[in-house]
Write a protein that binds this ligand. Structure first.
Ligand SMILES: [Fe+2]
Length: 210
């Protein structure tokens, strides 16, 4: 990592601290989930370059990590009783929850600008993170939200987070599947919801063991 990347990383660490603290206060469950998603993403990016994607450099890895930590930050506008409730949601609640990726994008951009006022930093670090947050609920086959992007149109950061997010949702909360069943779920969503090459990487490297 060069000098400029170090400076930007510590600048964004400040933004991360504000936002993740707000998320923790609003919904401890969502904060814990984001930390686990970050851990799974770290496992995936450590293997990048082994057999699927070209190796990621340190700034790219940092961006993936931050997308994982902030992908649900937009949920701070959703009542925590809805988020923490495992029961079914009505159509209005469902539609409202689906706004969280766009709201998260706006939050990351606004905080990034307010705390830095640096357009280069915005361009090279804040925008890629905000874009990853915006598209982290797209699906590989193009049925996700907000824009129904497909395949490689979805930024790599968002595709990685999507796999980790799906896995964590399977092993926690109302699903509570064991690892084997959760991995079967990933396999069956490979090529539809999830990028098949990232799913393959999880299997090839025996990831998500903890
Ligand atoms: Fe999530």
């Amino acid at each position: 990592m060069n000098q400029r990347s170090y400076e930007w990383k510590s600048k964004f660490d400040r933004i991360d601290k504000y936002l993740t603290n707000a998320l923790r206060l609003h919904s401890g469950d969502t904060f814990d989930h984001s930390e686990r998603v970050e851990r799974y993403c770290n496992e995936i990016i450590c293997c990048s370059g082994l057999n699927v994607y070209s190796p990621m450099n340190e700034p790219q890895k940092y961006i993936v990590k931050e997308v994982a930590r902030l992908h649900d930050i937009g949920k701070i506008i959703i009542p925590s009783s809805w988020i923490d409730n495992d029961g079914p949601l009505n159509p209005f609640q469902h539609a409202w929850i689906k706004t969280h990726s766009f709201v998260g994008y706006l939050i990351v951009i606004s905080f990034g600008y307010m705390l830095s006022r640096d357009l280069n930093f915005m361009n090279d670090m804040v925008l890629p993170i905000a874009r990853g947050v915006l598209y982290s609920h797209e699906t590989y086959e193009g049925k996700g939200y907000p824009r129904r992007l497909k395949g490689e149109e979805i930024p790599i950061e968002a595709r990685i987070v999507r796999v980790a997010d799906d896995y964590d949702a399977s092993v926690t909360r109302k699903n509570m599947l064991d690892r084997t069943k959760a991995l079967e779920g990933l396999k069956s969503a490979s090529g539809t919801r999830l990028d098949p090459r990232i799913v393959q990487l999880v299997f090839d490297n025996d990831l998500f063991t903890t």
